[in-house]
Design a protein around this ligand. Structure first.
Ligand SMILES: [Zn+2]
Length: 419
């Protein structure tokens, strides 16, 4: 077998790439340096003369900056680099642009295969781990993610065929920095994300959706004031549902508020022991009953005697949760009872919650009637929180959006050797 044939197989080069020559630099002299396989390549004549940005046939412009180098996938202990001329063509749309090459994306110092590996690892683990593994900077790994996401988004139209969507907000940075995220209820995929959380942001989603908005049958959202009016205007036929996930969150927030109130009262009255106990209850109270251990359930049962107000708050939360699994008619009756009970409960946060629920009642009943599960919104929320934690927060919303789309829109690149 000829060396060039071996190289072509080892490096996974496609037919449009011609190997011109190669050299193995052994890295001697440099302590600890890895050997480097340098391979000179060129684009097959038939595939030359295309714009690097859009792929349109374009005429020769000039030699550009001469030769360029692209880091390629390592070959065992050696690193690997492709070297080629990078002439410019004169694209009718983009003007003088470096010609497209089959082995790399436009404007990248990495080959496509190398970049896909980096992005793959950045998604499975995190960007820093990927950067360390391939010996590149965090910034380079980040740029690779943005480039791959942008390319993938240009290839697919995620907004096609939407029937039921969830609109939600996601925090990307301390302070009031949010993204608006839209996901498809049926596939669970994130289909759109943009910076901001305002009526304008929701409008720009509907602008992108265009006439397809008429096909929307369900839109679920949290109670945010900035979502509902826009949905009513742009998708008047759609039934607006309130994500169960958010209603339950309101209730758990209310429980926590009651608990903090009780804790403060006890502390001020000098019952230090009881106050401490109340503080320790925090996570227990927010957990779902079915997820509690026997001992933890005992603690909740004891609460009935120890702190009636807190116990009532907990009961109200659990009862509200149960309503969402009832058939519509029973749920409506149960909701009437619940609202009456909450309003009379003498627990400020629940009196307020009852008011909110009355205001959103139609959307809540729609959720129960159409059984739009909250699993998708919930799992997306959890996954997005994980992405944010892995990155220790995001300063650049575009980088966050790129990671969300790569992760949650099924845009993760295949491993280079998967045909
Ligand atoms: Zn072009």
């Amino acid at each position: 077998m000829r060396v060039k044939t071996v190289l072509r197989k080892l490096l996974g080069l496609c037919r449009a790439t011609v190997i011109v020559g190669w050299e193995l630099a052994d890295g001697a002299g440099d302590e600890g340096a890895r050997p480097k396989l340098v391979v000179w390549v060129r684009t097959k004549v038939r595939r030359r003369g295309r714009c690097g940005r859009c792929g349109t046939l374009a005429s020769w412009y000039d030699r550009g900056d001469g030769q360029r180098r692209w880091r390629h996938v390592d070959v065992a202990f050696a690193t690997c680099e492709l070297v080629a001329d990078a002439p410019r063509v004169n694209c009718p749309t983009h003007g003088p642009t470096v010609a497209a090459v089959p082995w790399a994306r436009h404007d990248s110092a990495f080959t496509r295969a190398f970049e896909d590996l980096v992005v793959h690892d950045a998604i499975v683990g995190n960007k820093q781990a990927a950067a360390d593994r391939y010996g590149i900077s965090w910034r380079a790994a980040n740029n690779a993610c943005v480039r791959v996401a942008t390319e993938a988004l240009g290839r697919v139209d995620l907004l096609d065929g939407l029937v039921a969507i969830a609109i939600d907000e996601v925090k990307y940075k301390k302070g009031q920095r949010y993204l608006t995220v839209v996901c498809d209820h049926f596939t669970g995929r994130v289909v759109w994300a943009a910076k901001g959380r305002s009526q304008d942001t929701v409008h720009s989603f509907f602008d992108a959706l265009g006439e397809r908005a008429a096909a929307l049958q369900f839109v679920s959202a949290d109670g945010a004031e900035w979502i509902h009016p826009v949905v009513a205007e742009r998708a008047p036929e759609a039934i607006v549902c309130l994500d169960t996930f958010h209603v339950i969150q309101w209730a758990t927030d209310a429980v926590d508020e009651v608990r903090r109130g009780e804790w403060n009262t006890l502390r001020r009255s000098g019952a230090a022991g009881a106050a401490k106990e109340t503080k320790g209850l925090r996570w227990l109270l927010l957990r779902n009953w079915e997820n509690l251990t026997g001992a933890q359930r005992g603690v909740i049962r004891d609460l009935e005697r120890a702190n009636r107000r807190l116990f009532r708050a907990w009961q109200l939360k659990e009862e509200l949760r149960d309503i969402f699994s009832l058939p519509l008619l029973s749920a409506q009756r149960a909701l009437d009872d619940w609202l009456a009970w909450a309003s009379r409960s003498k627990l400020g946060p629940f009196v307020r919650l009852a008011r909110t629920i009355r205001r959103f009642r139609a959307s809540i009943e729609a959720t129960i009637e159409w059984r739009l599960t909250n699993g998708i919104a919930e799992s997306n929320n959890a996954a997005i929180a994980r992405i944010r934690t892995n990155a220790r927060g995001f300063h650049d919303p575009q980088a966050f959006i790129a990671m969300i789309m790569l992760n949650r829109a099924d845009l993760t690149p295949d491993l280079p050797w998967v045909a």
